[in-house]
Design a protein around this ligand. Sequence first.
Ligand code: GGG
Length: 360
Amino acid sequence: MSAPTTYKIAAIPADGVGAEVVAAGRTVLDAMAAASGGTFAFDWTEFPWSCEYYTRTGRMMAEDGLDVLRDFDAIYFGAVGWPSVPDHISLWGLRLKICQNFDQWANIRPVHFHPGITSPLRKADDADLDWVVVRENSEGEYAGLGGRNLSGRGEGNEVALQTALFTERGCERIIRFAFDLARERPRKKVSSVTKSNAQQFGMVLWDETFTRVARDYPDVETESVLVDAMAAKFVLKPEDLSVVVASNLNADILSDLGSALAGSLGLAASANLNPDRRFPSMFEPVHGSAPDIAGRGLANPAGAIGSAALMLDHFGLQAEAARLNAAIEATAAAGVLTPDVGGNAKTDEVTEAVLGVLSE
Ligand code: GGG
């Protein structure tokens, strides 16, 4: 028998419930590898980078952290943020630092109904929810450009600038990514979201790029929607959406709205992809560190386990990814649910139930 393909994975649980859900995802992935008949295996290295690490060292990650991570096949991330450290320091010091330095320009956030989970939208049997939010993940409102204390006018009169960066290349690559994804889905439609009536430079460039790229995909339905109207459409006409592509901030907000409409942020998986594969991609649940429930075994592991499925897909293990997603669904359908989705199961019980379905 030939040696298994071994994927080197960097695990960064980071803060709060990150540790609990990353442990759940690792357990499931290791079980799948063990059952793969020697086809694939995972070689894990865990890094302690977090707000606690910041408190000890003054840094969110080791000085050579990016160099170390470069050699991994993927990064499996938990959640960043803790009340003792300002959020912009923890986010920029770890998660955004990795996304930007590894050119993970496409953030994929699938949103769909789960059987057995009540959604605020599930009023009618025909109301359907099956989208992928495609988030531009390298520039836009999160370009990190701007400054403070610009006026020199003294206390109480501070002026700050936060500049959004839109490059034609950045817009084009994420929009093409969205169109290519739409072609693989049952509903071949891309909805582009901006606020170009009010933001007349970068977002008009985005709109124009969308119109130009759309000409290369005549088989894909399109629409351009302002972000406020899209927020309403998420609630009022969910069945009319398939792939939603938006800038960094707009897609961040819309994907949280989408996950909440599906039942809970705890369900939402995501992949921060470097589609060129020059750097490792990073897989993480959409949710944050949830300090209110951290350490109590209450976190919903579905988002993290779903992110593990996205990682399998990234490695070309499509059948295993589909099997894992089906196991998450079957677990929900069987009523093994954490409190955020109306149940009373613990994180470990949901994980055990997923393992049980996988072993059937
Ligand atoms: N697992 C996702 C996470 O840790 N999110 C924390 C956060 O604040 N993220 C902001 C963002 O996604 O840009």
